[in-house]
Design a protein around this ligand. Structure first.
Ligand SMILES: [Zn+2]
Length: 299
């Protein structure tokens, strides 16, 4: 080991379908990375611990770990249940404490920070991506679900729990009688109307099969613009980053800017919309880079 080497950081992007684990001396320079399906809590944490033990044998001791997890999760460091997964449809995980299990598995006193996967991605983009130089960053992921993280003055916004941007209520922009929703709890929430499964249910085929001139995209853009307006009104971010699988449709971000302008008018004095409403720079890596950046913040 080089004595001048920065400390070894560990990160986990703990998704509901897959776990990504990585180590690096710099958050944006991954030395080693692995990904595997999220199965039972015990099996999944065992696999993560195995990876980190091997990485530590190779690169030296882990100095800190950041975890960006699927939720809902207890991310309040003052709570006795800190690090625990709360009531989730993934029943085996409900009540499981990720931080304690990692700590027990590693068998070493490595400081561990946990936050939501979307706050981790927001931190990744804020430190290394599209939000560089910005203090107030909103990151929204639009995919199988919709979630978002908000950084105020660089720090993730934590309320009583955490934000649930996917369940912002949105106006019914669809043609009368055409609307469908996929959220079991709300008729008109963002995730219910604008997530990947919502697009598929509304139009009868997956978003990836809809051509750029399909009316689905204008409707999608309008829902996302409504959410961006609500974020602007409530938190006044410097930048709103829209990522996730659905945003990989490259034409979509311009439609969102157009709808934002159409719905919001000129009320706010904002940067040009092509610098205010943007896609991520780190792509699918925002979460894992953010998890390592969370680890570095502990040192
Ligand atoms: Zn909902």
């Amino acid at each position: 080991m080089d004595a001048n080497q920065p400390p070894l950081l560990a990160g986990i992007e703990a998704g509901g379908t897959k776990y990504v684990c990585a180590v690096g001396h710099q958050p944006d320079e991954l030395l080693r990375e692995t990904r595997f399906p999220t199965t039972s809590p015990e099996e999944t944490i065992d696999q993560a611990v195995g990876f980190f033990r091997q990485a530590a044998a190779e690169f030296g001791p882990l100095r800190a770990m950041g975890v960006g997890t699927f939720g809902p999760a207890d991310i309040n460091p003052r709570s006795p249940g800190y690090g625990g997964i709360l009531n989730t449809p993934k029943e085996a995980w409900a009540g499981f404490n990720v931080v304690n299990a990692l700590r027990d598995g590693l068998g070493e006193p490595v400081p561990i920070a946990i936050d939501t996967d979307v706050n981790a991605a927001a931190i990744g983009e804020a430190e290394f991506g599209a939000g560089r130089n910005e203090r107030n960053v909103a990151y929204v992921t639009v995919g199988t679900g919709i979630g978002g993280g908000i950084l105020i003055d660089g720090q993730p916004l934590h309320g009583r729990l955490h934000t649930e941007i996917g369940h912002l209520l949105v106006p019914d922009f669809d043609q009368p009688g055409k609307a469908t929703g996929v959220c079991p709890f709300h008729d008109r929430c963002l995730e219910g109307r604008a997530s990947g499964p919502a697009i598929e249910k509304r139009w009868g085929k997956p978003a990836t099969e809809l051509p750029p001139d399909h009316p689905a995209w204008q409707l999608e853009a309008r829902y996302l613009a409504a959410a961006a307006i609500d974020l602007t009104a409530a938190w006044s971010p410097d930048i709103i980053i829209l990522g996730g699988g659905v945003m990989q449709q490259e034409h979509l971000i311009d439609l969102v800017r157009g709808e934002f302008h159409a719905l919001a008018g000129d009320y706010w004095t904002l940067p040009p919309l092509d610098t205010y409403l943007v896609t991520p720079w780190l792509g699918q890596n925002a979460g894992i880079v953010g998890a390592l950046a969370m680890a570095r913040r502990l040192l």
